[in-house]
Design a protein around this ligand. Structure first.
Ligand code: ATP
Length: 636
């Protein structure tokens, strides 16, 4: 059953044209989405809600969309909503007249603070909650604006102000609203709504609200919908900003979207990612029939450099964080590297620590000691050299759809190398195993991680933003006989140490991320690879992140319960001997042949903290399943 206008009335939100979108209606839609796992049903619910919004309150579409995604601004602005659990417990307790202890007890029982908030709120019989007051009905813009305010509050008295704002919202909440509001504030909606689905629904809603659509034959309707979905996904990967896309959609519909929304210097796009491989023969199998190139895989930090028409230069991290203040030296030198005709551009590079005297690459560990904020050029201790490997935009034109061969030529023509400062990545066009092997050895000798093998020509060699593409393969020397790649995992819990480790955590529980179910799935316990100072650093950082209960979005087995739980806050790079099926770990559950079992890591070893990844950028359960499967295939 679709959420239609009748349903809106059911929840007491009589939504009339021109009125703000009722939050109750959105929550009703969330509730419907949460109640099913069927993708098509989920799409029907959300598309229907977007259609209503476009027809009745188009001015609120952007806020509605952001609430579905649990964001308050474009992702690249890196504003986190995640309000700490203790703050929320305090707000819920005060609004519902309970003690914080009672709320905590409920949370221990129910495991979901959203449900606790809902139940506490609904059992409270106040006059206004019984009869409701139309003026007090929560609207989508009201909730969105409050969330935006809460996320932006910083500084000394911000805690009190945040609590006040949260209380104001909670007071006006009814029915299912407290549940979703609390979850949104916690930073996870947990209804199984992935961003790709939101995009699909947005495209469908725009097609369906077009008057001509109803007149089309069935096959034509399907074609229109599919084209629209393709358009919106490709536009979003180039310009990941709903602030730009939604107004353009409202103005010109989906057909004119591409014209108005293109890759724009200043707005970072999600980088293209590479697929792991385990042998040179694997690589050759994948690239068969294509022209390909082998590039050194430098061990540094990704830098996406944007030069705007007005002369401003910005550098973004892998995570789309603005790193401009971290690298004033790069900003300074890139103007010299760009030739006179090179006006605006987006250049994909690796920033690597560099020994100025010996003219050699230094390992990542050296780069990680570089200061991040308030960097003054004269005080820089770690010098870096920039290695450019791709050009995505040049002088007003997006190059994403051009082949790598063409992009590389344009890059070489538009920039010049500067000794010790700016260079193109080293590469050869190898053709056979021996050549690749010896180039791999050469890359390792030069302090690189291995090679990146990329298809050079044809449709397979376009730049695919945000995709882990099979047209880019990573070949790392030390994984050739192991798992194929290291994993980036989230610390979700810890075990107290014994013996020498009594004052710190001695071991940790790690998890991968499943974006589809919005949950962290446990994958292993780790106690190896830590120096004493690592353990101390982890303890000092993580003790602040302890929570009284595991998050409702942790998938774990009682048998692996740690002594303390954490908010998901940090990503660690971990190596392992191999992956095995596990009855107690939950990684990739349902995605491998034994559907009720998960995957775990054998002999995991800590390598380093991944500062450039957020918990949601951790290795996904799908990747774990794939690594597991590859290992299995190789053993066959
Ligand atoms: P993920 O694939 O999840 O990003 P990761 O961040 O650990 O994993 P890898 O997959 O190991 O990175 O390698 C891809 C990264 O390698 C790129 O994001 C880039 O920072 C770096 N890199 C170094 N040299 C190159 C190159 N020649 N071409 C592309 N990327 C390169």
């Amino acid at each position: 059953k679709l959420v239609d206008q009748k349903d809106m009335k059911d929840v007491g939100a009589d939504w009339k044209k021109g009125e703000p979108v009722p939050y109750a209606g959105l929550c009703k839609t969330f509730e419907a989405i949460e109640s099913t796992t069927k993708r098509l049903e989920i799409q029907e619910y959300l598309t229907s809600f977007f259609k209503h919004t476009i027809e009745l309150s188009p001015g609120n579409l952007l806020e509605t969309l952001y609430l579905c995604l649990n964001r308050v601004c474009p992702e690249y602005e890196n504003v986190e909503l995640g309000i700490g659990e203790s703050l929320l417990i305090k707000a819920i307790a005060e609004v519902t007249g309970r003690t914080t202890q009672k709320v905590k007890n409920e949370l221990a029982k129910v495991g979901d603070l959203g449900k606790v908030a809902r139940d506490s709120k609904n059992s409270q019989k106040s006059i206004s909650s019984m009869f409701g007051n139309r003026d007090k009905l929560l609207t989508v813009p009201k909730v969105f604006n409050s969330m935006k305010k809460i996320a932006s509050l910083t500084g000394h008295s911000s805690q009190d102000l945040k609590i006040k704002e949260i209380q104001n919202l909670l007071i006006s909440c009814r029915d299912e609203e407290p549940k979703f509001l609390t979850r949104s504030l916690e930073g996870k909606l947990r209804i199984g709504l992935a961003e790709q689905t939101v995009l699909i629904c947005l495209a469908q809603a725009f097609v369906m609200t077009d008057k001509e659509y109803e007149k089309l034959a069935k096959a034509k309707k399907t074609e229109e919908l599919n084209n629209a979905i393709k358009t919106i996904k490709s536009v979003y990967s180039e310009l990941p900003s709903y602030d730009k896309i939604v107004p353009a959609l409202l103005k010109g519909g989906i057909k004119n979207l591409r014209e108005h929304c293109k890759l724009t210097p200043g707005i970072p796009l999600k980088p293209m990612l590479a697929h792991p491989t385990k042998s040179i023969t694997d690589v050759l199998d994948s690239v068969e029939g294509h022209k390909f190139t082998c590039e050194f895989k430098y061990d540094g930090e990704r830098g996406q450099i944007h030069r705007l028409e007005d002369g401003t230069t910005k550098i973004f991290s892998r995570n789309l964080e603005d790193n401009t203040v971290k690298y004033p030296d790069i900003i300074e030198r890139i103007s010299k590297a760009a030739k006179t005709n090179t006006k605006s551009y987006v250049l994909d590079c690796e920033v690597v620590a560099w020994d100025l005297e010996k003219h050699i690459l230094l390992p990542f560990q050296v780069l990680s000691t570089r200061k991040r904020k308030d960097v003054k050029e004269a005080e820089i201790k770690v010098s870096v050299c920039l290695f450019a490997f791709d050009l995505l935009y040049l002088n007003g034109e997006s190059l994403l759809k051009k082949s790598l061969e063409e992009r590389r030529k344009l890059m070489n023509d538009s920039f010049q190398e500067i000794e010790d400062e700016f260079s193109f990545v080293q590469n050869i066009n190898a053709t056979n195993i021996e050549e690749i092997q010896s180039y791999l050895d050469e890359s390792i000798k030069a302090n690189c991680e291995g090679l990146m093998v990329k298809i050079l020509d044809g449709l397979e060699s376009t730049y695919e933003p945000s995709k882990r593409s099979r047209n880019w393969l990573k070949l790392k020397k030390d994984y050739l006989s192991g798992v194929g790649d290291s994993l980036d995992l989230v610390v979700v819990g810890a075990f107290y140490g014994r013996g020498k480790r009594t004052n710190v955590y001695g071991a940790f529980l790690l998890a991968c991320y499943d974006p589809e179910h919005e949950e962290y799935q446990t994958i292993c316990k780790i106690g190896t690879g830590f120096s004493d100072s690592d353990l101390e650093t982890h303890f000092n950082y993580l003790k602040e992140k302890e929570t009284s209960e595991p998050k409702s979005y942790f998938n774990y087995d009682k048998g692996t319960k740690p002594d303390v739980w954490f908010e998901p806050c940090q990503v660690w790079e971990v190596k392992a001997a191999d992956l095995s099926i596990s009855p107690i770990y939950k990684a990739a559950i349902g995605q491998i042949s034994e559907a009720s079992k998960g995957v775990s890591l054998r002999f995991p070893r800590f390598i380093r903290i991944r500062e450039d990844k957020k918990p949601e950028d951790a290795t996904t359960s799908e990747q774990v399943a794939e690594l597991f499967q590859n290992q299995y295939n190789n053993k066959e």
